[in-house]
Design a binder for this molecule. Structure first.
Ligand SMILES: C[S@@+](CC[C@H](N)C(=O)[O-])C[C@H]1O[C@@H](n2cnc3c(N)ncnc32)[C@H](O)[C@@H]1O
Length: 511
């Protein structure tokens, strides 16, 4: 554990993630649904604890006319983020290495104020004093009307998993275990405890299911989740109290499947919630009903009201694009905290049919069930389900696609050099999409050989893989030798040329 980290584990660099919930359009949708005015005009965006900065770079490239700013105290993260920004030539994003505690009392005036502030995956793992510093910092850094996103491990669900964190960290510190070893050892020992059906594991039956999930997770994530000195899941009402000094009030959840949970939860849940008048207590009661484990809360500094007619106008103009249409013969199911909800296929398929012909506004979609056009509330709920499933996305292509294309190129080149990146920008949709390392390597091969055949690109892929000491897996069978790799790599290049590359061109992942 480093001396500068206030108990925060810095043994491994963090993962290179992208979280759609912190994108401005996602936060705007939450605000609109709750009649709160989203930021407009010359807005600025700040991410606290930006990690490797990968997600922030994608957002910056998608919004080249706005300022983006990332803060993290880990120099490994900041230098990675700056290097990738430089490689892509992005000029609207800045990364600073700084500690929240220092910034709480000394917020540099020239960093200015922001209209969006996000802190994803941080708040539960810090000392209470550092959390208080984050709130102070938010107070200095937010403009009136700003939307602030804070995610955290929530109670009550984490009660049953509390021993996993405590014991893993105890074993690590007392036995001086290196972090990944501590995770492996911890999983083994905890599994032994559940198998032995100890008093504790019998009292906490949820622990076994959590442990099964833990065993499958990425090790870098697990180190960040479980091996900090601090680990404080919270009740929603505690967080609401904690952020009050920054003048923040609750707007709604960025967990999109639950945005309208109050309207579709079972009547017996509604009856329980109705026993309470305070909306914060009601929210806590909902967390107990669904056994909430993770909250993505959106707050506002000043919650500027949006009048009903204004909201209607703003909402109707929003455009959406089809990303992954669910198979037509599948039952339509939408994930929410109360389980999967069935969607009326006859209605949703009409939306998907319309969207299959190109992006559509909410107004256009509302007219689709021609015999019975939907009201705005029903339409927003339907959109929230489809967005949450990733069936559709917000359609907001940047006015200048240059930065997004440049970032994608830098991402592809870095991946061909071994970087573990898995997201790129569909610049014609204004959206982030997942991509595979093999496809990114094949894309870089086309930079050198624009007219390259499948055999030529396949050969280039094999050379890349061998240089990185990597292989391929064909139906679970590992391939590592050149002669074994070549036929399969050629097959992958064929698919890339016929399917992936044309689709990437259509979406604007590349030119
Ligand atoms: C779990 S990571 C989340 C990173 C990113 N938000 C994401 O979701 O991918 C938390 C980040 O907070 C940073 N951090 C922790 N304590 C901090 C502090 N006191 N000041 C600044 N950054 C801090 C860590 O370096 C780490 O990158």
């Amino acid at each position: 554990m480093s001396t500068w980290s206030s108990g925060y584990n810095t043994d491994l660099g963090y993962t290179f993630g992208y979280y759609r919930e912190i994108s401005p359009e996602w936060l705007d949708f939450v605000a609109l649904s709750k009649l709160v005015t989203p930021p407009a005009g010359d807005w600025r965006y700040l991410e606290l604890g930006c990690g490797q900065g990968y997600g922030l770079l994608l957002l910056a490239a998608l919004n080249p006319e706005h300022d983006f700013f990332g803060i993290d105290f880990n120099p490994v993260h900041i230098s990675h983020a700056r290097n990738l920004a430089t490689a892509a030539g992005l000029t609207n994003v800045r990364f600073e290495e700084a500690d929240f505690t220092a910034l709480a009392t000394d917020w540099p005036a020239d960093w200015g104020q922001f209209d969006y502030i996000t802190a994803h995956g941080i708040y539960s793992w810090l000392q209470p004093e550092v959390c208080a510093a984050i709130v102070q910092l938010m107070n200095h850094a937010s403009r009136a009307g700003a939307l602030v996103y804070l995610s955290y491990n929530a109670l009550p669900a984490w009660f049953s998993s509390h021993p996993i964190q405590h014991l893993m960290r105890l074993w690590q510190t007392t036995e001086s275990l290196e972090s990944v070893k501590a995770i492996e050892t911890g999983i083994r020992r905890l599994e032994k405890l559940t198998e032995a059906q100890t008093g504790m594991t019998r009292m906490l039956p949820g622990m076994k299911a959590m442990l099964d999930k833990v065993a499958k997770h990425d090790r870098a994530y697990l180190v960040q989740e479980y091996l900090h000195d601090n680990w404080h899941p919270r009740w929603f009402d505690q967080v609401v109290e904690e952020v009050k000094p920054a003048k923040l009030t609750y707007v709604g959840t960025a967990s999109m499947g639950d945005l309208f949970l109050r309207s579709f939860m079972p009547q017996k849940f509604k009856d329980i919630v109705q026993d309470y008048t305070d909306p914060i207590v009601q929210e806590v009661m909902i967390d107990t009903l669904v056994n909430q484990s993770f909250r993505r809360d959106v707050f506002s500094r000043g919650a500027t009201p949006m009048w009903t007619a204004q909201r209607q106008q703003a909402m109707l103009q929003q455009s959406f694009v089809l990303l992954n249409r669910p198979p037509a013969d599948d039952e339509l199911k939408f994930k929410t905290s109360i389980g999967e909800l069935k969607g009326k296929a006859e209605i949703y398929n009409l939306f998907y049919d319309q969207l299959a012909t190109g992006p559509k506004t909410a107004q256009e979609l509302m007219q689709v069930p021609a015999s019975q056009p939907l009201g705005l509330g029903d339409m927003m709920q339907a959109l929230s389900f489809m967005l949450n499933e990733g069936h559709i996305g917000f359609y907001r292509p940047p006015s200048d696609r240059g930065p997004a294309l440049a970032l994608n190129r830098a991402i592809a080149i870095a991946t061909a050099n071994g970087a573990p990146y898995r997201f790129a920008i569909a610049s014609k949709l204004g959206h982030v999409v997942t991509v595979s390392d093999v496809d990114l390597m094949l894309l870089t091969a086309t930079f050198d050989q624009p007219q390259g055949s499948a055999t030529e690109l396949g050969t280039a892929l094999v050379e890349r893989l061998l240089a990185l000491g990597k292989g391929l897996s064909q139906q679970g069978k590992p391939l590592t030798k050149r002669e074994d790799l070549l036929p399969y790599a050629t097959q992958l290049a064929e698919t890339f040329l016929q399917k992936t590359l044309p689709q990437w061109r259509e979406y604007g992942v590349c030119e």
